[in-house]
Design a binder for this molecule. Structure first.
Ligand code: NAD
Length: 695
């Protein structure tokens, strides 16, 4: 019995796999068995015709994929939005389907140029509701739905497809009557899944497993109370029955060779506008962005496009002008489209970090006022380590105190001139003006960082680094340290207690004594172990000269803490003659400032250790100001903390035995970082020796 629906089909007389435009077609060129395909198609159409009305369109010998009529466009109440295929191979189908629609009396409403749209392959209406699910990411561009929503007076929910095998939404998602849906979660990104789960109530959602998905179970036609599909497991069949749907399997493996199943072979002609309208709602947002720099030779363009896709967006390239010589910049202008304003902001922030300019016409940055102490406005711009400018009062101005993971606050000087600076969220006060969104912000990543892929940080892993390579690295670092000392530069050392355990303390002390350290940062542990060594000759009870545990030595580190506490701190212990050697002895003697940041692991703590972490962060930032080089020695905790506070342009040397710790600092993506994977005691001994040698 017919259910009142009508479907358009196209006989497979000229159906073949002639080219490869999806992963299913790979290896199948020329392999379709025409007669078998024809028989399978007839069986499907027969099954459909028992339940609904079926119309046919004449095939075209030059268009083998025309059989997949679902991709022809989207029809609703006398309107036809024709497809604009992504691949040239299928574009010949467009005029054929448009001619058919015109003849059938539909009003044709084409989408603007440059937008791809593959019809009911990607745009699926939820039966009886003013809701259109819009698949994008592989074939249809997200921008298509921005146009379709007002045109059809529907709410569009974009769904990001992330697996090329499920290249159309109808390969992995099938809306069901009564507000339900059948779908394969593995085909979607997390945000899309959340959207589906939010809109389709539990009990109405049918998630299929991988085997059913790869058997194209979701590529189904719902006609009356039947669901027609190529294959489905018994379990899925039972579930469908619970849903009031009868599973009808129709073998279509000849069509699967081209990546098509039951749904691909039929276009729904019976969509009616639901009684409730949605007023053409969609959260899809667009922003023009300009990328300037070495887009092609350093791969910036492809990384920017990858970042857009990874953020769930899509793009349209409006203009691209390639620099012809190596010293010339290339310029690209693109429209970035994202499913929502928040996701667009996330993508724009990534692009700004890569050096993109948001907004083709330059405008000022948007400033919002802080409404609650220590809380930023919702869409604050978050900073990177790279030099940054913001546009305020019509002019670009450099942001002061650059660091990452901060916001940009704009204060006014005595003459009212704007002064942008990086500020931690907790330091914001009611009324402060904070930069929001990414417009009117530009960063200047170092050319090397821009050209480097994520994680492309140059370091020597244990696997590759021979003794000789560590030696070369030390020699190079020593050379730089000498030059820095000569010109009065600032070297800041960050160290963990491992420095002491591995016998590095006397060498680090020697560096301080010879003027190579302008500030020392660490935790309670570094100072405690240094003091234990100075007072008892042991580190955690082990005699470092003989490498043996000392009788009663396990108490040494607590005794050391106790004595320093009794003296009132490290400086007082030096003054009283209690501490007579070691790293901190040299610091106090030479007036080298230090800051010790507390942690949950700390014993004591020493009076010098700052247990208020906000205060400790401020003290670190103070000592890091103006640093030319930071030597990070075997403390993951303190090194990463320091990395976040340090702007690009500061030479970072990270020494750790664990390659992962060294790589972690690569997130900065800055050229100035060198990683050395080696034992820190050996490193310091070598560095001390290299700096001690006459040049
Ligand atoms: P961490 O885990 O952050 O860093 C230790 C790093 O040393 C690791 O990255 C590790 O790979 C590396 N490492 C280990 N052996 C090495 C070697 N031979 N050569 C080079 N690198 C090596 O720990 P942390 O910074 O040592 O300590 C974390 C916090 O705990 C600090 O604040 C510290 O002060 C505190 N702490 C306190 C006490 C104490 O109060 N007695 C003792 C220890 C640590």
């Amino acid at each position: 019995m017919e259910d009142g629906t009508r479907w358009l089909v196209c006989p497979p007389r000229f159906y073949r796999v002639d080219y490869v435009i999806n992963p299913w077609m790979t290896g199948n060129v020329g392999r379709v068995r025409g007669e078998r395909a024809a028989a399978q198609w007839e069986a499907l159409v027969e099954a459909l015709a028992r339940r609904a009305a079926v119309e046919r369109i004449e095939p075209d010998p030059a268009l083998p994929d025309m059989v997949f009529t679902a991709n022809a466009g989207l029809l609703l109440d006398g309107l036809f939005v024709p497809a604009r295929f992504r691949f040239r191979e299928r574009r010949g189908e467009e005029p054929r389907f448009e001619a058919w629609a015109r003849e059938a009396g539909y009003r044709i409403t084409p989408l603007p140029d440059g937008i791809t749209f593959e019809g009911e392959g990607d745009a699926l209406l939820q039966p009886g509701e003013p809701l259109l699910w819009g698949g994008y990411g592989v074939r249809t561009s997200l921008a298509a739905y921005r146009e379709v929503a007002p045109l059809l007076d529907l709410e569009v929910v974009p769904l990001h497809l992330i697996d090329e095998r499920f290249y159309h939404l109808d390969t992995c998602f099938c809306p069901l009557p009564g507000g339900g849906a059948l779908y394969y979660p593995g085909a979607f990104d997390a945000a899309s899944l959340e959207e589906i789960r939010r809109r389709v109530p539990t009990g109405r959602r049918m998630e299929v497993g991988r085997a059913d998905a790869l058997g194209f179970a979701c590529n189904a036609i719902v006609a009356g109370d039947a669901l027609l599909t190529h294959s489905a497991s018994e379990e899925l069949g039972r579930e469908l029955r619970r849903f009031g749907l009868e599973l009808v399997r129709v073998r279509l493996d000849e069509f699967l060779m081209a990546g098509g199943g039951a749904k691909c072979l039929a276009l729904d002609l019976s969509h009616r506008r639901p009684e409730r309208t949605a007023g053409g709602r969609t959260a899809i947002s667009t922003q023009t962005v300009e990328l300037v720099g070495h887009l092609l030779d350093r791969g910036l363009m492809s990384r920017a496009l990858d970042a857009i896709a990874a953020g769930g967006g899509s793009f349209e390239i409006r203009a691209l002008q390639a620099g012809l010589r190596r010293d010339q910049d290339s310029v690209a202008r693109l429209d970035v489209v994202a499913p929502s304003r928040e996701r667009l902001d996330g993508i724009l922030a990534r692009l700004v970090q890569m050096g993109a300019r948001v907004g083709a016409v330059e405008g000022d940055a948007r400033l919002e006022r802080v409404a609650l102490d220590g809380v930023a406005p919702e869409d604050f711009y978050s900073t990177t380590i790279f030099p940054t400018d913001v546009r305020v009062d019509g002019r670009w101005r450099r942001v002061a105190a650059q660091r990452m993971d901060a916001v940009i606050a704009v204060t006014r000087g005595p003459g009212g001139e704007p002064r942008p600076e990086c500020r931690l969220i907790r330091d914001l006060r009611v009324g402060d003006a904070v930069v929001c969104g990414a417009a009117g912000v530009r960063t200047h990543p170092s050319p090397a960082a821009a050209g480097r892929g994520e994680g492309g940080f140059g370091f020597m892993t244990a696997g590759v680094s021979s003794e000789r390579r560590v030696e070369l690295a030390v020699e190079r670092i020593a050379w730089e340290m000498r030059r820095l000392r000569e010109r009065g530069g600032r070297i800041v050392v960050v160290g963990g207690p491992v420095v002491v355990h591995t016998g590095g303390a006397p060498h680090l002390a020697a560096l301080v004594a010879r003027g190579y350290v302008q500030a020392l940062l660490g935790g309670n542990g570094l100072a405690v172990h240094d003091a234990e060594l100075a007072l008892f000759g042991t580190s955690l009870g082990v005699d470092l000269r003989r490498g043996q545990s000392v009788e009663g030595g396990h108490r040494h580190h607590l005794q050391a803490i106790n004595r320093i506490r009794a003296a009132g701190g490290l400086a007082a212990a030096v003054e009283r003659g209690l501490l007579r050697s070691g790293i901190f002895y040299e610091c106090v003697r030479r007036g080298v400032p230090f800051a010790l940041a507390g942690s949950i692991r700390d014993d004591g703590p020493l009076p010098d250790t700052l247990m208020d972490l906000c205060e400790a962060q401020r003290a670190y930032a103070e000592l890091l100001r103006g640093a030319d080089m930071v030597l990070m020695l075997s403390s993951m905790l303190h090194s990463i903390g320091v990395g976040n506070m340090t702007p690009a342009g500061v030479r970072l040397i990270c020494v750790d035995i664990a390659p992962a710790v060294v790589t972690k600092l690569a997130d900065r993506g800055s050229l100035e970082s060198i990683g050395v994977v080696t034992d820190v005691g050996l490193f310091l001994a070598r560095l001390d020796a290299a700096l001690g040698e006459p040049e």
